[in-house]
Design a protein around this ligand. Structure first.
Ligand SMILES: [Zn+2]
Length: 237
């Protein structure tokens, strides 16, 4: 048998087994990745909200101090009202008192708005917190599942990959690159057995001459219809 052909058949066995191993893991690796993304996003949102709460708390403190300052000034001015001697002075004091009252009321409104925002953010963070808890739990479970699935096949997979490299080295580059290209479009198949005189990939009946050439195993022959490489093994047919 042609050496390239022999090694292509071995390569296909390895690749089919590798594909089976990947299938066994199913969508676990994707789920793990999705959950990790979800978790990272929830944590980021949670942290952003906490930073905003810190800012709000600082602003509330600032406004509270402003109110205290204004209130004590207001008290002093109110006391001075009893001591004034002219209408002009009285009006000036009242003007200042009104101004202070206004600024106190403004600060009070700002605080109310900030408190409301803080309350909403806290509610939002409660829901992020439960998302984070759920995602952490799910991620832990899925990770364990994945590790278990991988531990069963890890050694086999690494042996197969090592073998694969050795075999690929023994096949003409051009054949390997065609084989790899075929595998991408043919469900992982680059070389298939002839079954009932038909191509094992596209099931087209093969010309007599092609069948004879494949059975001779002197050259690497492609299916005239789908280009997949062909071999013949009676036991598999
Ligand atoms: Zn075919």
């Amino acid at each position: 048998m042609n050496n390239n052909l022999k090694h292509l058949i071995e390569l296909q066995k390895i690749d089919s087994r590798l594909l089976d191993i990947t299938d066994l893991r199913g969508d676990l690796p994707i789920k793990v990745e999705e959950l990790a993304d979800q978790l990272a996003k929830a944590k980021e949102n949670f942290k952003g909200n906490e930073e905003r709460i810190n800012d709000i708390t600082a602003s509330i403190k600032k406004e509270t101090n402003a109110i205290e300052d204004a209130s004590s000034k207001l008290e002093k001015l109110k006391n001075q009202l009893y001591l004034v001697k002219s209408n002009k002075e009285y009006d000036a004091l009242n003007f200042e008192i009104d101004h202070l009252k206004e600024s106190i009321s403004e600060s009070e409104n700002v605080i109310l708005d900030l408190e409301e925002e803080k309350e909403n953010i806290n509610k939002e963070n409660e829901s992020y917190k439960s998302n984070i808890d759920d995602a952490t739990k799910d991620l832990g479970e899925k990770n364990t599942e994945l590790e278990l699935a991988m531990s069963k096949t890890e050694k086999e997979e690494s042996d197969l990959n090592k073998n694969r490299i050795k075999i690929v080295d023994q096949i003409d580059n051009k054949l390997v690159s065609t084989y790899n290209r075929l595998r991408k479009t043919k469900d992982g198949l680059g070389i298939v057995n002839i079954m009932s005189n038909a191509c094992g990939a596209c099931y087209t009946q093969l010309p007599r001459q092609t069948i004879i050439e494949v059975k001779n195993s002197i050259d690497v022959i492609s299916c005239p219809n789908c280009s997949t490489y062909l071999f013949f093994d009676e036991e598999l047919s």
